[in-house]
Design a protein around this ligand. Structure first.
Ligand code: PMP
Length: 428
């Protein structure tokens, strides 16, 4: 409808709602409901902010109780019981069992806030300006984060030169033909290379927006070792791949590395509430009080749900084990679907997986066909050539299979191999 208030009043800058024009009124678990009563299966999960599904009942009830009891909602960086409980729970359930000794900084509530804090801290600690990031990286929309992001359209939006950073090739950028880190190693050792020694390298273990390229664990280990030798800080941006999305709480756990700085956001609140953390080795905690601040660092509703979500899902390894089975199911399903299109390949890792199509237009068509069948699934990659599949980690097998069937139908329809849509379930 061209006449609704979203179209007449809201800025053109919107994107998701242009492909998904429905008005979503309610949501529960893996489903969203429109105001006219249709139901959509959600394989998008708020771009990774809803790893435990929509409105988890126990977390919802905590929010309701907290608000009903006049709990402090907004607290800058002041002390509250809700923040204490989150910090204690994070230390007990996440940091200590993984042998990670990180200071916790609340940098402001978004992914780009934690990336900005990480870049600033790396520069302050090392006294160097330059940051290296990777081809097809995505780290956020504010100027510092944009300067380490690859996408040319997003970079143009800055309107000014994005400086003090360079791009280096991500794992497999040259299709395995060129040995890893050959350029980086050489220029770091060559005092005549003219490449300024960087303060840090920032990397995603799976490039969520840049086409679901997944770095191999041995590549990450090699990168970490190389940087350590040269006293360059390693920043892992776990904003999208973290909080269980790829199968473990932090996406780098299986690489056996300890990054110097880790960026966390999206699903850390467990409930889709804005919240972010910047984690760093205690020796790097050189901030002066107030040197980096922000009004919304104390989102207590998010602290309340975040602490409980950690207890519910990460207190022991049962959730992780169950997730491993579902990851296999998802990957097998996607592999089979990819088999319908010559040259289509499986991408990503864990519940951050997808299919890359040789004709870049196919992915957008698949997402549109999926939407017609009441499934939300988005695209990724420099040419939007990848269908990106992100169900909630809590999804049951029945809904997972239902969604996979829709994606299969959508692929067949988008590639002219099938006719009319059959919906997830008729509207009710
Ligand atoms: N880093 C990564 C890896 C992301 O995927 C995103 C968001 N897609 C961001 C940073 C930025 O997060 P936000 O949109 O909350 O600023």
């Amino acid at each position: 409808m061209a006449t609704d208030i979203f179209e007449t009043r809201e800025s053109q800058v919107r994107s998701y709602c242009k492909n998904w024009p429905a008005v979503f009124e309610k949501s529960s678990g893996a489903y969203q409901f429109t105001e006219d009563g249709s139901r959509y299966l959600d394989f998008f999960s708020g771009a990774g902010a809803l790893n435990y599904g929509h409105n988890h009942p126990e977390l919802r009830d905590l929010v309701v109780d907290y608000v009903a009891n006049d709990g402090v909602t907004h607290s800058l960086d002041m002390k509250t019981p809700a923040k204490r409980r989150f910090l204690e729970t994070f230390e007990r359930i996440i940091l200590e069992p993984r042998n990670l000794d990180y200071k916790v900084m609340f940098p402001g509530p978004t992914g780009t806030n934690t990336v900005e804090a990480a870049l600033k801290l790396a520069r302050k600690v090392t006294g160097r300006q330059h940051i290296l990031s990777f081809t097809n990286a995505f780290h956020g929309m504010t100027l510092g984060s944009l300067s380490v992001t690859g996408n040319s359209m997003k970079r143009r939006g800055a309107g000014i030169p994005l400086t003090n950073s360079s791009k280096i090739p991500y794992d497999d950028y040259f299709d395995g033909d060129i040995p890893d880190f050959i350029w980086l190693e050489k220029v770091l050792e060559d005092s005549g290379s003219g490449v300024d020694k960087p303060a840090a390298v920032i990397v995603e273990t799976v490039q969520g927006e840049g086409g679901l390229n997944a770095a191999r664990m041995e590549w990450l280990k090699g990168l970490s070792d190389l940087l350590r030798r040269h006293k360059i800080l390693l920043i892992i941006d776990d904003v999208q791949a973290g909080c269980g999305r790829t199968g473990t709480f932090f996406s780098f756990e299986k690489a056996g590395i300890t990054p110097d700085i880790v960026c966390v956001s999206k699903s850390i609140s467990g409930y889709g509430l804005p919240m972010a953390l910047t984690l760093f080795r205690p020796e790097l905690d050189v901030w002066e009080g107030g040197e980096h601040n922000g009004t919304f660092r104390g989102n207590n509703l998010a602290f309340v749900t975040a602490a409980r979500a950690l207890e519910l899902f990460w207190a022991d390894d049962s959730f992780e084990k169950e997730l491993a089975g579902k990851i296999d199911e998802l990957r097998e399903g996607l592999e089979q679907i990819a088999g319908h299109v010559k040259g289509a390949t499986l991408r990503g890792r864990g519940f951050l997986s997808g299919i890359c199509f040789p004709d870049p237009d196919t992915a957008g068509k698949v997402a549109a066909e999926a939407y017609k069948r009441n499934l939300l699934v988005e695209t990724s990659g420099p040419e939007d050539e990848v269908v990106k599949v992100m169900p909630p980690l809590t999804i049951d097998s029945e809904d997972l299979q239902k969604g996979l069937k829709v994606i299969e139908d959508a692929v067949l329809a988008a590639t002219g191999q099938m006719g009319e849509p059959s919906r997830v379930r008729p509207p009710h």
